[in-house]
Ligand binder design. Structure first.
Ligand code: SF4
Ligand code: SF4
Length: 156
């Protein structure tokens, strides 16, 4: 059985209550920041650069992919599906992906697929605007994964 926790609130003196010191302190803080340069970013009209290590929407360089299935196997959430075939395509021989799907709605953005890829063809971009109106639009095929999704710039 859990015990009740008692939190003691510091008592204010009569003078502190009478002079509304807390209120004055708050107003002083507001006044101090009123004349400082604004730090608020007017998103979506302004977009800030994200940190280089940010794990955003996944991208796949289809020219580098050798369809080894390592990313599909490493994915803990089974959101990668691909199929490969051996042959001659894009001016070179070897194995290449014939289809490649990533369901971003299920993706944990854990980076495991990126880590195991032997050719660095799958990677996290710095793209963070992933909102869509339909659930099916969160599933990206090789065409979108290669060139990136079309970014909707919202305006008021
Ligand atoms: S980031 Fe993680 S969850 Fe998302 S596709 Fe890669 S391995 Fe799967
Ligand atoms: S691990 Fe890399 S090379 Fe292998 S299938 Fe995935 S993206 Fe392609």
């Amino acid at each position: 059985m859990s015990e009740a926790t008692t939190i003691s609130v510091p008592k204010k003196s009569f003078l502190e209550r009478f002079l509304l010191l807390d209120l004055l302190q708050g107003m002083w803080l507001t006044l101090k920041y009123t004349f400082r340069p604004k730090v608020t970013v007017q998103y979506p009209l302004e977009r800030q650069a994200v940190h280089p290590n940010y794990r955003g929407m996944l991208r796949v360089d289809e020219d580098l992919c050798i369809a080894c299935y390592l990313c599909e196997k490493a994915c803990p959430d089974r959101c990668i599906h691909l199929e490969g075939e051996r042959g001659y395509a894009k001016g070179k021989g070897g194995k290449y992906a014939t289809y490649f799907y990533i369901d971003h709605a299920r993706c944990l953005f854990c980076g495991l697929c990126e880590e195991v890829c032997p050719t660095d063809s799958i990677y996290h971009s710095n793209e963070f605007e992933a909102a869509v109106y339909n659930r099916s639009d969160t599933v990206h095929d090789l065409r979108i994964l290669h060139s990136g999704q079309v970014i909707v710039h919202y305006e008021r």
